[in-house]
Design a protein around this ligand. Structure first.
Ligand code: ADP
Ligand code: MG
Length: 245
């Protein structure tokens, strides 16, 4: 775990970028990505690394149940694909069992991956899952994307795009122009979500992308939106390749 030594005290965006570059890693881990995003004013679930079963249990007790355990590996970004996500764990014994199962599954499905242990994080309250992201267009530079999570994005491609920098009006319009927008304003048993909180996230993402040209890609997938806020429960940040000379 040498590649992570001393990272706990690093808080600024440029320090995180610099440390990843020094380790020749282009993709930040979930924990690093969330630390960077938190620094940029974007709400994320508290996410702590635990390198052993006992550490995971102790951290879960500190955070309070229920918690989520996820595989922590710099080589794996789609954690569910390798059995690496366990939700709603209600006790230390459930956490211990989940820890063993996640590591066994990862070792079987991705035997070459470096494994740091797990991250422990609180369960977000139930809400509507949306996604937001930044990518770079060769012509327009940083572009933000917003959509509903799950099938809405993967199958229906129901997403909106805007070029950075966004105005508050852009952020508001982006959210309102997706076809699934009615699902955000209260539908059947689903309460309306905090649209202002989503607008804030898009504005902070725009500022972050504008201020940090080293970032190639940001994925907040998903953000859980409720009546009184929105929080990213998964995040991935990718760095631009280092320019020579
Ligand atoms: P993956 O790497 O597979 O995308 P995620 O971290 O996105 O893994 O977790 C998979 C799913 O589990 C998410 O899409 C979300 O529905 C749920 N989830 C993840 N973290 C949390 C959390 N802290 N609270 C509540 N639900 C979560
Ligand atoms: Mg995800």
């Amino acid at each position: 775990m040498d590649f992570l030594k001393g990272w706990a005290h690093m808080t600024t965006v440029s320090e995180l970028v610099g440390a990843a570059r020094a380790a020749e890693r282009a993709v930040l881990t979930e924990e690093e990505s969330k630390r960077l995003l938190r620094e940029a004013g974007i709400p994320v679930t508290e996410t702590r690394l635990a390198a052993s079963r006992r550490a995971a249990q102790a951290t879960a007790k500190e955070l309070g149940f229920p918690v989520v355990l996820k595989l922590a590996s710099p080589d794996i970004t789609h954690k569910s694909d390798v059995g690496g996500v366990r939700l709603s764990l209600k006790s230390a014994s459930e956490v211990g069992k989940a820890y063993d199962e996640i590591l066994a599954s990862a070792r079987e499905k991705a035997p070459r991956a470096r494994i740091q242990g797990v991250t422990v994080q609180p369960m977000a309250p139930p809400g509507v899952e949306v996604i937001a992201g930044m990518s770079k267009d060769p012509q327009f530079g940083p572009v933000l994307m917003f959509g509903l999570g799950g099938v809405a994005v993967e199958v229906l491609k129901d997403v909106a795009f805007r070029i950075v920098p966004l105005t508050r009006r852009d952020a508001a319009q982006m959210i309102r122009e997706i076809k699934s927008y009615p699902l955000l304003t209260g539908f059947r048993s689903i309460p309306p979500v905090d649209l202002k909180a989503l607008e804030e996230i898009l504005l902070r993402l725009s500022e972050l992308a504008d201020a940090t040209p080293e970032l190639a890609e940001i994925d907040l997938n998903p953000i859980v939106a409720t009546q009184s806020g929105a929080v990213a429960v998964d995040a991935r940040v990718v760095l631009e390749p280092v320019k020579e000379g």
